[in-house]
Design a protein around this ligand. Structure first.
Ligand code: OFO
Length: 168
């Protein structure tokens, strides 16, 4: 059985995942306001992913006989200078998520809670993918350097992004 501290850590991470959904919704709203519908779609899908990440912990807590306590969320950043600024902020946010997942995994390792160690492995893999994704987009955006054609192509590419929970 996980300790109270580990259960609280899982609850905090669940709430941070839900908070992350709002972080990406705010970015989607900025992109929409700037008429970049494809970039907006990218962040709307990202918000759905974060909610899914939160729900996985919500369900895990229930599976181990604990209760998911939902808390209030801080207001996300709503002001951005550019699309690049959104992605750089997103990348920083994902690094923070990774730091938290690692700390939680360390705690589960200390407690030799193999169920939770196994459960968190999914998040560790996910974070490697997410950090790589944002890093890659930032490199592309810097290469494009606000060139209108390049921006339109990327916007069109991201308009096709969909949320597929079975692949998450
Ligand atoms: Fe984008 O991070 Fe959740 O876990």
């Amino acid at each position: 059985m996980p300790s109270e501290k580990l259960v609280q850590g899982l609850i905090d991470q669940m709430n941070f995942e839900f908070e992350s959904a709002n972080v990406y919704l705010a970015m989607a709203a900025y992109c929409q306001a700037e008429n970049w519908d494809g970039f907006a779609n990218f962040f709307l899908v990202q918000a759905e992913e974060e909610r899914f990440h939160g729900m996985k912990i919500f369900n895990y807590l229930n599976d181990i006989g604990e209760r998911a306590i939902i808390s209030g969320y801080r207001s996300p950043k709503n002001d951005f200078q550019s699309i690049l600024d959104c992605f750089e902020s997103a990348f920083q946010h994902e690094k923070e998520v990774t730091k938290r997942i690692y700390a939680l995994s360390d705690l589960a390792l200390d407690e030799r809670d193999h169920g939770t160690i196994h459960f968190l492995k999914w998040y560790i893999d996910e974070q490697i993918e997410e950090e790589a994704l944002f890093d890659n987009i930032i490199v592309k955006l810097k290469r494009i350097n606000n060139d209108t054609n390049g921006m339109f192509l990327l916007d069109r590419e991201f308009a096709a992004r969909t949320f597929t929970p079975e692949e998450q």
